[in-house]
Ligand binder design. Sequence first.
Ligand SMILES: O=C(O)C1=C[C@@H](OP(=O)(O)O)[C@@H](O)[C@H](O)C1
Ligand SMILES: C=C(OP(=O)(O)O)C(=O)O
Length: 432
Amino acid sequence: MTDTSAPAAQRWRAPSASNPVHAKVALPGSKSMMARALVLTAAGVTASSLTAPLRARDTSLMVAALRAMGTRIDTEDDAVWQVQPGALRGPTQIDCGLAGTVMRFLPPLAATATGAIAFDGDPHARTRPMAPLLDALEQLGANIDRSAEGGLPFTITGMGRLAGGEVTMNAALSSQFISGLLLSGPLFDQGLTVRHDGPPVPSAPHVRMTVDMLRAAGAVVDDSQRDTWRVEPGRLSGRTWNIEPDLSNAAPFMAAALITNGSTTIPGWPQETSQPGDLLRDVLVEFGGRVELSDAGMTARGDGRIRGIDIDLSEAGELTPVIAAIAALAETPSTLRGIGHLRGHETDRLAALTTEINGLGGDVTATEDVLRIRPRKLHGGVFNTYDDHRMAQAAAVIGLAVPEVELSDVACTSKTLPDFPHMWDQLLGTGS
Ligand SMILES: O=C(O)C1=C[C@@H](OP(=O)(O)O)[C@@H](O)[C@H](O)C1
Ligand SMILES: C=C(OP(=O)(O)O)C(=O)O
C-alpha cells in the first residue's frame, strides 16, 4: 500500500547559489492533469493508461480514494499507470489529505455511487472552502451528512444514480467547485448545467483543462456562454492520457535562472497547453528575463537585473508564492493582484507570504486580494512553510540569494514534487 499520510516535518537549510545555474530540469507530470485523468477514467466505462504519471502525495491520495470506491489502478510501472473502471460503491472512507483536487473532485463522483462514503482530511483541510460545492450537490439530489461549518468531514450516501440538472453556485473561492461537478456531470441522469453567480471564477485555465479533458473522454460539453457550462449525460471512454510536465512546478527552477543570472531548460514544455503554469513565460519576461520555447523545451535566462511587476494572477494563483519570492529579490516594487482566493489554499498564502518574507526583513503588505512587495535587503532566519509545498518552493528561491534561510519543513513538497530537495541540490550542484 502506498503511504498517503502527511510526511514528518523535515527542517532544511536552503542552499544559496554561489554561481549562475545552468541546468536542464526534467519535471514529473501535472497533478491537475493526473487528477482529471484518474477521475474521468473511474467515471467511465473502459480502461485508460496514464503515461509519465506523477507519483506524489496528491496523486497517491486520489489513487487510494478511487481504489476504495471500486476502481482498479495499477501503479507498479513508473512510466505508465493502468486504470480500469469498476462499479462505484461504498461503504468506505476517503482521506483527502490537503488535496483540493481530491476533496472537490470526488464528492460528485461519490454521489453517483452506492453506499456511504465518508470524507475527511488533514487538520487544515477542514478549513478549506467546500460549502458551495456541497450545497450544489444537494440541489442536484445528493444526500450529504455534513457539519454546520460546511466543510470536511462529511458523508455522502449514494443510491447508484444522481438526478443532476441545473444548479447555480458561487465559485469565486475555487474553480475546483466547477471542475468537480463537470467531471462527474456525464454520469448524472439529466446531465448538468452549472451557472456561476458571483465575483469572477479564478483559475480559468484549470476550468478549460477540465472541459478539454472531458471532451477528450467523449463528453459533450457546451462552454460557449460565459459562466455557464452544460455537460450532456453520456458514457465516458478510456484512452491514453499523456500527462504533461507540471509547469507550475517549473516556477522555482525558472526563478533560479533569473536570480542567479543563469539559464534553466525544462524539456517537454508543451507548445499548447491549458496549464496555468504556461503563464510563466510572460511573467519571467516582465521581471526582465528572457525565455525561448523550442523543440528542446522552454529555456529561461536571467539578464542581470530583476525589475518589479504589476500583475493580475487570478488565472494562475498557484504561481504566486514563487513569484512573490522573485519580487522580494527584485530592484523595484511589485503588486500581485486577483489572489484573494489563495486565502483558502493549503494555507492562507497572503498571510503566510507576508509574515514569512517580513520575518526575513522584507516589506510585504496584503489587502483582501492583493500583495504589495517592496524589496528590502533580506537576512537569514526560519521560514515557516505551513504544510504548503509552494511556500517551501518560495523559501528555496529566496535562499538562493539570502544566506541561511532555514525552512521549518521541506517534506511538504511531497504534495506534488517529492523529489524537490534533491532536484534543487542537483540544480545548484550542492547534491551528493
Ligand atoms: O483544478 C485544479 O487542478 C486546480 C485549480 C486551482 O484551484 P483554485 O481555483 O482553488 O485556485 C489551482 O490553484 C489548484 O492548484 C489546482
Ligand atoms: C492550490 C493548490 O493545490 P490544491 O489542488 O490542493 O488546491 C496548489 O497546488 O497550489
